[in-house]
Design a protein around this ligand. Structure first.
Ligand code: NAD
Length: 462
């Protein structure tokens, strides 16, 4: 623990010296009022809604964090044409070497190596041959990584959630607006096949007007939270579980339904209320795995096993978001869309029911026909390769391909910084509400009003 404290202190001091605010783990729940006040933009700062940047022939990527996600990203990204990985960074030298080898084995030039200190990633962001910085680091680094990268004139891609506090959400928005750089949270679940098909159906009016959605991240991750071999910071996920409650990982479920429901584009999150169960599962797991008297079993964990958050949108719609990474149950993101003409859901089983027979689920033949009819243009174009390459069943490849296509062609990205901020803001807001007997909490308007005049994201055709 003391090592970790020293690490946080050292990192915070280093980052502060570079002019980036790094919120401490204790920041959540304090100064709520100031967190929720919309900061005044700097002179010259302008909206990045619909931002189109200069097209780039080749996208040169620098990666920070080469653990489970980042190492996979190295080979993943090289499957996309027009990508070079010019630099890789991890605090663990053997991971840097392994990532370099992956690139070399693909017949590409060896990327430059970074990771000599906690702050060495900053030097990587400063390189002239990096166009896009991709952060696959633990959560507390995402915003500092992205903010610093944008300040160096780079586009930022960041793993989920992009920010862990409202302050961080505003840092991302303000920096993107000041630098006019892209900042995309790589919410891969928006590119999964069923999610894309239901986006296509929604835009074609199959469900009528969608008034309610349900989504989740239900994933039994007890093994990972207690995995002592994870990396430099050891069990960093567990540390968040020790000191925070609410929904620590909202975006996998929320991203796809927010896109479909036009959040930040014609509608926005207005307020939410959140409630968590007590914590049982982690203590029980720790007791069974490490023994009753082990530090892990004696540790107090703040994170309730199940968190349920209800969001009301400005147009009067509702979204339920759940988070449970502790209970022994099958994986689910729910992905339920309920409209005036019908309903679709992905978990626990893919089903669709529509007028004029909304009381029975479509039989398998009709379901398959509908799914085929509304196969998404991106899935049609690159779905086969995506399935072959893999990466969460192919959605990672579709996401990578689309991101690179947008940068190649100078198109606005499907997920912009406002999406990153709004979807990630649930982390802190759910905790504030849960700790305040589930009183409702207003969701900041990160677009500063621009959502009203912005069209919902289209079908995303190529
Ligand atoms: N989108 C998805 O499907 C998906 C899946 C898995 C993980 N993730 C996200 O990816 C991120 C990483 O998760 P993970 O499971 O790979 O974690 P991990 O612990 O396996 O990897 C993190 C890596 O970052 C490195 N690191 C830490 N501090 C650093 C620093 N100062 N400089 C350079 N490197 C540093 C660590 O050494 C480690 O190798 C998390 O945000 C997680 O939520 C997303």
């Amino acid at each position: 623990m003391s090592n970790r404290r020293n690490f946080i202190k050292k990192t915070a001091a280093g980052i502060a010296a570079m002019g980036i605010a790094l919120p401490g783990l204790g920041a959540i729940g304090k100064e709520i009022e100031s967190h929720l006040t919309t900061p005044l933009p700097l002179p010259g700062q302008k909206s990045v809604m619909g931002l189109a940047c200069e097209p780039l022939g080749t996208v040169r990527i620098g990666l920070i964090g080469l653990g489970m996600r980042g190492m996979g990203a190295v080979s993943r990204l090289l499957n996309v044409e027009g990508v070079e990985i010019t630099a890789v960074c991890d605090i663990l030298p053997k991971r840097v070497k392994k990532a370099q080898q992956i690139v070399i084995d693909k017949g590409r030039p060896e990327p430059a190596a970074y990771g000599e200190s906690d702050e060495h990633w900053m030097k990587m962001c400063e390189r002239d041959d990096v166009d896009l910085v991709y952060a696959c680091t633990p959560w507390r680094y995402h915003t500092p990584n992205a903010v610093y990268a944008m300040k160096q004139g780079k586009h930022a891609a960041v793993e989920v959630p992009a920010a862990m506090s409202i302050d961080e959400c505003w840092q991302l928005v303000d920096t993107a607006e000041q630098t006019q750089r892209h900042c995309m949270m790589l919410e891969n679940c928006c590119y999964d096949f069923f999610e894309l098909a239901t986006l296509n159906m929604a835009r074609n009016g199959v469900f009528g007007e969608i008034n309610h959605a349900e989504c989740a991240y239900i994933h039994d991750l007890r093994w990972l939270k207690f995995d002592k071999e994870t990396g430099y910071q050891g069990m960093w996920r567990l540390k968040w579980n020790e000191s925070h409650t609410g929904n620590l990982y909202p975006t996998h479920g929320l991203g796809p339904v927010a896109q479909i429901m036009g959040i930040n584009r014609g509608d926005k999150f207005e307020y939410l209320t959140s409630m968590s169960t007590n914590q049982l599962g982690m203590s029980l797991y720790a007791e069974n795995k490490f023994g009753k008297d082990s530090p892990e079993a004696m540790q107090k964990y703040e994170l309730g096993d199940m968190n349920t958050t209800l969001i009301k949108t400005s147009n009067g719609k509702t979204i339920m978001v759940q988070h449970d990474t502790t209970s022994p149950r099958p994986y689910s993101r729910i992905h339920l869309l309920s409209g005036t003409k019908g309903i679709a859901q992905k978990w626990p089983a893919r089903k669709i029911a529509l007028e004029p027979d909304p009381h029975s689920w479509l039989d398998p033949e009709k379901y398959d026909q509908l799914i085929k009819e509304y196969e998404h243009p991106l899935a049609k174009k690159v779905g086969e390769k995506a399935r072959e390459v893999g990466g969460h069943g192919g959605m990672d490849f579709i996401m990578d391909w689309r991101l690179i296509q947008c940068i190649h062609e100078g198109l606005p990205l499907d997920q912009n910084v406002y999406d990153a901020a709004a979807w990630s803001s649930i982390v802190e807001l759910s905790e504030i509400s849960e700790r305040d007997k589930s009183n409702s909490v207003k969701v900041p308007d990160f677009t500063r009003g621009v959502w009203k005049d912005t069209e919902p994201l289209g079908i995303i055709s190529d």
